[in-house]
Design a protein around this ligand. Sequence first.
Ligand code: ADP
Length: 179
Amino acid sequence: MPRVDLIQGDITVVEVDAVVNAANSSLLGGGGVDGAIHRNGGPSILEECQRIRREQHSEGLPTGRAVATTAGKLPARWVIHTVGPVYSATEDRSHLLASCHTESLRVADDLGAGSIAFPAISTGIYGYPLEAAADVALSTVTDSNTDVDLIMFVLFEERAMRVFEATLGRIQRVKGRTS
Ligand code: ADP
């Protein structure tokens, strides 16, 4: 099981090999984490995103998928862009949120990244309830087969930090009982 750490703060300043962006399918920037990454990382990230749109994903990056670019001026080496699901109260989209995490880790493995930082994907503009998102994100990464040694979740708000801490504690207690 990879080591999973939780910290509260801004994902754009974290020193890891790869930072995950909660992008939208256009890959052309947005608000929240996406806005902060492009603002602080500089224009080279957007240039690579535009090239990926032209060469690989002319219709946009599908929900649940992930692609990597340079991290520009960020301390990280790469940004892994993934598209979370918009929350729906009538349709279970948790498999798509889980896919964001497994696909990002697969891309990180392809890059040879030893450490990765995730934001709380889909819990901002996309409206996913924090408790449900924390459960999907943390159970997916703790179950994943990856060569990444350190998986960090960087939670912007105190409430998100509290929810992720409680959820990780519960998952680790259950795993401790069954392993
Ligand atoms: P989505 O569209 O997937 O919901 P958002 O970027 O709107 O993505 O929000 C995802 C989460 O990231 C929210 O919990 C938000 O509070 C948080 N967030 C916003 N800015 C940052 C940042 N600079 N670093 C880490 N997390 C952030």
